[in-house]
Design a protein around this ligand. Structure first.
Ligand code: MN
Length: 228
């Protein structure tokens, strides 16, 4: 049996230190995981449990991409985030075992149509159009745990046209990587190929055509993206 259309290409991310690519299965994102960003969005960091949303796997795009300004927004925002790449399957994973499921770390951008998100929040509607659009998940090359160890601290920054706009530290995550994996895996069985965007520090703001973005986690990963 064939298919009525050609099978779509599997989205992938390159992996440092190997010629093989990481096939992306799903993209999960954590909302509001740094206290200073929770406050800038008008919420209370003390009372919010972790919550999740997702993006299509083919929203991922590579380091060096030139991204067309997306459709249907006048307020495209950047959110720099650490990305966790999952390397084995499991559900109801305990916090103490969670690190065993991490294959690699990267830096990424959770691009957001903030105007659509504000409207969705106001009306109690889903975030799909605000978060899950084409090219909304830029991701750097992956750095394997067996090369870099587990990442629990380090400066995370975003600059636009050479000017720093977001700055935080991985140690400021409200929900650690282990807590995020444990919590997420209580809702969904995780599989190799899943990416988790772990939340953004404060300083989110609008992007325009011509902006050159550099997202970076110190001593780990760097991602260059241009909006065209
Ligand atoms: Mn985010």
């Amino acid at each position: 049996m064939g298919y009525v259309f050609a099978l779509p290409e599997t989205p992938t991310v390159t992996v440092v230190g190997t010629k093989d690519n990481f096939p992306v299965r799903r993209i999960y994102c954590v909302g509001q995981n740094y206290a200073n960003h929770v406050r800038e969005m008008g919420a209370n960091p003390e009372r919010e449990a972790p919550f999740f949303f997702s993006k299509p796997a083919d929203a991922v795009c590579a380091d060096g991409s030139k991204l067309p300004f997306p459709l249907a927004t006048e307020n495209l925002h950047h959110e720099v985030e650490m990305v966790v790449a999952i390397g084995k399957n499991g559900k109801n994973i305990s916090e103490s075992a969670a690190q065993d499921y991490v294959y690699a770390y990267a830096v990424g951008l959770d691009l957001t149509r903030r105007d659509l998100q504000a409207e969705a929040k106001k009306k109690g509607r889903p975030w799909a159009t605000a978060k899950g659009f084409d090219n909304s998940a830029p991701c750097s090359t992956l750095h394997r745990v067996d090369e870099v160890g587990h990442i629990s601290q380090g400066k995370i920054t975003l600059s636009i046209n050479g000017e720093t706009r977001q700055e935080g530290d991985i140690s400021e995550l409200i929900w650690s990587v282990s807590e995020v994996i444990s919590s997420l895996s209580a809702f969904f069985e995780l599989f190799p190929g899943d990416l988790i965007y772990t939340g953004t520090p404060s300083g989110v703001g609008p992007l325009k055509r011509g902006d050159k973005l550099i997202a970076e986690i110190e001593n780990l990963a760097r991602l260059n993206i241009e909006i065209v």
